[in-house]
Design a protein around this ligand. Structure first.
Ligand code: AP5
Length: 257
């Protein structure tokens, strides 16, 4: 049942450089969860020189936000692949307009969000991380020269291909990305908190239907803030949050390095 509250339908929310991509990848490495990063999708469009890529390139390069209608084109077809799966969206929605579009889309498909994780990391910490970041563009894998180094400096662990710097990872552009976050994205937290409250008040009256609760309640949306500054501070909390809230979620079988 797609309305089952034990399905992970999660947003990874946070400032640019907060660790959304890194932590999303860790969850997907451990659990049977699909992930969708709009930043990675846009970088693919830009590299492949699609119509969207050509329009987005300059906006991304100067640290602005791509307009909502263009973002919708980028994500809608991808969202349909997530049906009947556990999933995490990384970097979307980023404006109230995008959140409303996403809500309408998910409502039609009867798959309400179950979790919003807000990564709360101080600005100073993020600024220093960005200059240390290297990426493997084709996969979106992220490395950091002080936090998670590649095995061979300058090359991807899995493919051996060269790593690159993102063109928007310099101090001037980063300041603009942070400003866009505060102006357009941070108000979403209040929006989600309100949705969570509404979802919870729609729970059936447990006194009247005690035997129905475990199967038929539309779930409440949970909004959880995880704060941290040092490398592995947030991960155990996130892992426990997922483990405790989604007991049916399977771990991947292959052993981790
Ligand atoms: P996007 O790619 O989504 O960039 P972002 O939100 O700015 O986020 P980042 O990818 O910079 O950071 P992250 O939080 O994933 O952190 P990471 O794990 O890499 O978007 C890029 C651009 O596309 C936007 O600016 C915009 O123009 C456009 N765009 C995308 N989506 C859009 C949308 N929905 N609407 C409109 N426009 C959109 O970590 C950062 C660094 O820290 C890494 O080096 C990492 O190794 C390191 N690190 C991670 N975790 C830790 C830790 N716990 N301790 C120490 N270091 C850590």
């Amino acid at each position: 049942d797609d309305r089952d509250e034990r399905v992970v339908r999660m947003l990874m929310f946070g400032k640019p450089g907060a660790g959304k991509g890194t932590l999303t990848a860790r969850l997907a490495q451990k659990y049977d969860i699909l992930t969708l990063s709009t930043g990675d999708l846009l970088r693919q469009h830009i590299e492949e020189r699609t119509d969207i890529g050509l329009q987005a390139e300059e906006i991304v390069a100067r640290g602005g936000l791509v307009p909502d209608d263009m973002m919708l084109k980028v994500v809608t077809s991808k969202l349909d692949n997530l049906q009947h799966k556990h999933w995490i969206l990384d970097g979307f929605p980023r404006t109230i307009g995008q959140a409303e579009l996403l809500d309408a889309h998910l409502k039609k498909r009867n798959m309400p969000l179950t979790l919003v994780v807000n990564l709360d990391v101080p600005d100073e910490v993020i600024l220093s991380r960005i200059s240390d970041r290297w990426i493997h563009r084709p996969s979106g894998r992220v490395y950091n020269m002080s936090y998670n180094r590649p095995r061979v400096i300058g090359f991807d662990d899995q493919t051996g291909e060269p790593l690159t710097k993102r063109p928007d990872d310099n101090p001037e552009v980063f300041a603009r990305r942070l400003a866009a976050f505060y102006a357009s994205t941070s108000p979403l937290l209040a929006y989600f908190a309100k949705s969570a409250k509404t979802a919870n008040t729609h729970r059936p009256n447990t006194h009247q239907h005690p035997h129905q609760i475990s199967f038929h309640t539309p779930s409440g949306l949970k909004v959880k803030t995880l704060s941290g500054t040092t490398s592995d501070e947030i991960w155990p909390h996130l892992d426990r949050l997922i483990h405790n809230n989604f007991p049916g979620l399977r771990e991947k079988l292959e052993t981790r390095e």
